[in-house]
Design a protein around this ligand. Structure first.
Ligand code: SF4
Ligand code: SF4
Length: 117
């Protein structure tokens, strides 16, 4: 089965079902869409391959390696609240498992990174 990109509307269409390591865990309550961890840095657990690219890319170490409830080697946004909205993790993730909450300035930061500024 291929990986499904994170549902970018999860903050308005999914429900918070529990808390994990200080961040919310979201479910669509349909029995098949899986879980999303985090709020600013949302991570769809079932879309993550555990490649670690986001772990090595994030400048403030938001993500750490984690074994999910299903026993899969994935990552968890444990420092979700520390995210500086640079969007670098979104760019490197090969399965589009991450969505960063857009706030004023985040697109400017991404544009600066892409320009190499
Ligand atoms: S947007 Fe930047 S700071 Fe935030 S989690 Fe991704 S890489 Fe880390
Ligand atoms: S870059 Fe994407 S697939 Fe790789 S560990 Fe991070 S969230 Fe998972």
């Amino acid at each position: 089965m291929g990986f499904v990109p994170i549902d970018r509307s999860f903050r308005t269409t999914w429900s918070i079902i529990e808390s994990h390591e200080g961040h919310p865990v979201w479910s669509k309550n349909d029995g098949e869409s899986g879980r999303i961890h985090g709020n600013i840095a949302g991570l769809h657990v079932e879309s993550c391959t555990g490649c670690m690219k986001c772990v090595t890319t994030c400048p403030v170490e938001v993500f750490v390696a984690w074994i999910s409830e299903e026993g899969d080697a994935v990552v968890d946004p444990v420092l979700d609240a520390e995210c500086i909205l640079c969007l670098a993790c979104e760019l490197v993730c090969p399965t589009e498992a991450i969505h960063i909450h857009r706030q004023p300035g985040s697109q400017d930061t991404l544009d600066s990174l892409l320009r190499g500024a």
